[in-house]
Design a protein around this ligand. Structure first.
Ligand code: NZQ
Ligand code: ZN
Length: 385
């Protein structure tokens, strides 16, 4: 993974050198203001000012970030001749920074890049992007160390993931203390998101990928061990640090190498976020138990047994289906403990009127652990209602 990581207390001291290694004029991208309240903005701009590094601000990036923000950021980079994108925030800020960085070199609308990247088709391969330096403020999406971004189009009600290797951040500052101010619910949603990334890779049909499976289990167990601790003790460094590192590892490609599967859970959740603007982690928490139950059968139970025994400590001598079912119950009970919603109604989705359209867009038939047809997805949504 080529991203250079500065991990630990005080690592912001490397910021100026990292920017200078890649350019001199910065687009400073951030969210809706948390960095101004917790002092990270002051620390970052202090370093930029002291180092004589020019910067232009692009703040106000919202969760489920909009393509219009990418258009704005690209225009600012061109107008001011900026050559580095500095993303200070979480997945939403870093993802928009990726769309800006890639869109900078493309003459058309950046949504073209999202569409073609999402469908993995020509004619617009992204061969270069502005360098992205990130300062991570929340453990969740893992965008800090991966080449992907997920962007909402407010005009078409789409939320689509796309990935190109030049969009992977060149460098990231990860100071776990920066996550002390993340509210309890956001912390919990982050834990669910990290777990979901490990699960998307873990539930695969590749036999014998032992090491990847064990690393995935370690990521999952880290979330189980430290998730509640970070919620209850927000300034617990060990908990925050382990979750932050888990967020990167869950999705930085290492655990998926050699046992790649087509992700089937995320496309469903992205539809919830596209149509109803729900937070990603909350949508996942509702869907995961239903998604797991749908995938469980006599044919797939062996994988659930591994998951139940190794992640949740369930007695492996029990009947295979019993272990598998208990593993799903344990997962759900953990999400309950975290205070996550358990039904779509709790996150504002009151009826099934959009389910057919959403299911059509998120169908995953080839390459998934268990193929999800549109009918299957409608069934999952209805059960989760
Ligand atoms: O906007 P501000 O005011 O900064 O507040 C944010 C936001 O409200 C707040 N926050 C972040 N750091 C904080 C903090 N509040 C207090 N103290 C801090 N230190 O947290 C809220 C959520 O921020 P966001 O960036 O949206 O969170 P997250 O990292 O969970 O990112 C979610 C986005 O990432 C996408 C999701 O779909 C969603 O749009 N994903 C990106 C992926 C990728 N690039 O590979 C993969 C993921 O599966 C995910 O889909
Ligand atoms: Zn996710």
């Amino acid at each position: 993974v080529p991203t250079k990581v500065h991990f630990g207390k005080g690592q912001i001291s490397h910021l100026a050198e990292e920017i200078r290694a890649h350019g001199s004029k910065v687009l400073l991208v951030y969210g809706e203001g948390s960095i101004k309240r917790n002092g990270i903005y002051a620390a970052v701009t202090g370093i930029l000012n002291e180092g004589g590094i020019e910067y232009v601000e692009c703040g106000g990036i919202v969760p489920n970030p909009r393509i219009s923000s990418a258009r704005k950021g690209i225009a600012l980079c061109r107008e001011h001749g900026l050559d580095v994108v500095l993303a200070v925030g979480g997945g939403s800020v870093i993802d928009i920074s990726k769309a800006i960085a890639a869109g900078y070199y493309y003459d058309g609308d950046p949504w073209d890049l999202v569409l073609t990247g999402h469908r993995k088709m020509p004619p617009f391969p992204v061969e270069r992007a502005l360098p992205i330096v990130a300062v991570l403020t929340i453990a969740a999406a893992g965008s800090e160390m991966d080449p992907s971004a997920v962007i909402n189009n407010e005009d078409t009600w789409d939320k689509l993931g796309f990935g190109y290797s030049p969009m992977r951040p060149v460098s990231v500052i990860m100071d776990p203390q920066y996550t002390y101010s993340v509210p309890r619910d956001q912390t919990a949603m982050g834990v669910v998101d990290i777990m979901s990334h490990a699960m998307e890779s873990y539930f695969n049909n590749v036999p014998g990928a032992y090491l990847q499976t064990k690393i995935s289990e370690a990521v999952l167990k880290t979330c189980v061990r430290y998730g509640m601790r970070a919620c209850e003790e927000p300034r617990d460094y060990e908990a925050r640090a382990n979750l932050m590192w888990a967020s990167s590892w869950a999705i930085n490609s290492m655990i998926a190498r050699g046992c790649r599967v087509v992700w089937s859970l995320h496309p469903m959740e992205h539809e919830l976020s596209a149509f109803y603007d729900v937070p990603h982690g909350a949508g996942l928490a509702v869907l995961i138990p239903y998604w797991l139950r749908f995938m469980l059968s006599g044919k797939t139970a062996w994988r659930f047994v591994e998951y139940g025994v190794n992640v949740w400590g369930i007695d492996g001598s029990l009947d295979e289906m019993e272990v598998a079912r208990r593993s799903i119950e344990k997962t759900k009970a953990f999400f309950d403990q975290l205070g996550m919603p358990t039904t779509l109604r709790q996150i504002g989705i009151m009826d099934d009127r959009d389910f057919a359209v959403m299911a059509k867009k998120s169908e995953r038939l080839d390459g998934a652990f268990v193929p999800l047809s549109k009918e299957a997805i409608v069934e999952i949504f209805r059960k989760a209602l």
